[in-house]
Design a binder for this molecule. Structure first.
Ligand SMILES: *Cc1c(COP(=O)(O)O)cnc(C)c1O
Length: 407
């Protein structure tokens, strides 16, 4: 499927309603505006689009299939379909936007990709794109995360990326963002900062959304072909919001299709520091260069967030989601750690698919939604954003006993 990036929002300043925009120092704004201009040019360039489409097809393995999960469907009394982003090369949807950003950087004459990473998933996907396109890659990562996410650190190094430890503050994601931004300001000419979700200053929420929209475009055509109609519901987990907006974007104007985003309520939705349910519990504010809902303290600083899924614990969210919440086009729900782990085992044992813990949040909500539709049922499409290989050791150690794994 050929991509074409035609969406009504954001406006030219990067606003989705009142959200988004660009709140950054003037020297950084000059650099980011160059990226914005280059992107607006290149997204109309036939060569760029066909090169990206060819990589999606021959390198990532697109289109990803849609699978009708029959045993799960029978259990919950609705037709449950899975968009299999877990089958992509590198195991998740992140490769879709990393390839787009890397290809844009290369066309702009940049030689090095840089980014921060928390759990390492974005770092691995970006290191993969860098290796493929013959570019250098520096990944900034907190020392605490480096110790915790050892296999991903090894992966990035095998792929030829440099993993740069960040040793100040809490030594996790927030400090890694600061360090990457500082490095970027130091050399914006040869480097390109590749943001890992639909967040950050304009044009990143738009650009990453456009690259992820392949998921929704494929899914729309696949559902029509498989079932002769559009799905009644679409469900996706929301961290920064890239996999969700990717699948939602093709259905925003289909009024018959209900859209559901799923945030992590972690250990306790009522206690700050114990969840990462930004849209459900946050308030509008500015951080990391854009306006959106965020979990913030009285001084407007980001709060501590937590989820069992490290890809979902971000104290803000993509600005388009804030807009879609306010206008009521998407409903946002929460799923707890325990519910997600239960869904992780249920999908594994009923369909033979081990999901990423992030994606398991979407699966858990699908089960609730399907149960609420009985007895009429309906067709529910879920974006299975990634596979769970990265999570098996953690799940076995933390939850193995309750789910009959040998100790
Ligand atoms: C990173 C990640 C997410 C969360 O990121 P979004 O930008 O919200 O999509 C979800 N699922 C998987 C498998 C991930 O790796």
């Amino acid at each position: 499927m050929q991509n074409s990036f035609t969406h009504k929002l954001p406006n030219t300043e990067g606003y989705f309603g009142e959200y988004g925009g660009s709140f950054i120092p003037p020297d950084l704004q000059t650099i980011i505006s160059e990226i914005s201009d280059a992107y607006d040019e290149i997204k109309k360039d036939k060569n760029f689009l066909s090169e990206l489409t060819s990589l999606y097809q021959h390198y990532v393995g697109r289109p990803s299939p849609i699978f009708h999960a029959k045993r799960l469907s029978a259990k919950y009394g609705a037709d449950i379909y899975l968009k299999r982003e877990d089958l992509n090369h590198t195991g998740a949807h992140k490769i879709n936007h990393c390839l787009g950003e890397a290809l844009l950087a290369k066309k702009m004459g940049k030689t090095k990709l840089i980014a921060e990473t928390g759990a390492g998933q974005h770092g691995v996907a970006l290191a993969t794109a860098a290796a493929l396109l013959g570019m250098e890659c520096d990944i900034y990562m907190g020392e605490v995360d480096i110790a915790k996410e050892h296999p991903n650190v090894v992966r990035m190094r095998i792929l030829g990326a440099k993993v740069i430890p960040v040793t100040h503050g809490r030594k996790t994601l927030k400090e890694a963002v600061d360090a990457a931004f500082e490095a970027y300001l130091g050399d914006p000419v040869t480097q390109f900062y590749a943001i890992g979700s639909v967040v950050g200053p304009h044009p990143f929420p738009k650009m990453v959304r456009d690259f992820q929209s392949i998921v929704g475009n494929e899914a729309r055509a696949q559902m029509l072909e498989m079932t002769g109609k559009l799905p009644d519901h679409i469900v996706a987990c929301v961290g920064g919001g890239s996999n969700a907006i990717g699948i939602f974007s093709a259905f925003l104007e289909d009024e018959s299709v209900a859209l559901h985003g799923v945030e992590p309520s972690g250990r306790n939705l009522e206690k700050i520091g114990e969840h990462a349910a930004t849209l459900s519990k946050g308030t509008p504010g500015v951080m990391h260069g854009f306006k959106s809902y965020m979990l913030q303290n009285d001084a407007g600083e980001p709060e501590v967030v937590y989820s069992v899924a490290s890809g979902l614990d971000y104290p803000s969210v993509g600005p388009q989601h804030s807009y879609l919440k306010d206008i009521g086009r998407v409903s946002y729900h929460t799923i707890s750690d325990i519910e997600a782990i239960d869904a992780f085992f249920e999908l594994s044992r009923m369909e033979g698919i081990i999901p990423a813990i992030e994606s398991a949040h979407a699966i858990a909500h699908v089960a609730k939604l399907a149960a609420s539709l009985a007895p009429e049922g309906g067709a529910i499409l879920v974006n299975l954003s990634g596979r769970g290989d990265k999570d098996i050791d953690f799940v076995a150690a933390e939850y193995g006993k309750e789910y009959d794994l040998p100790q």
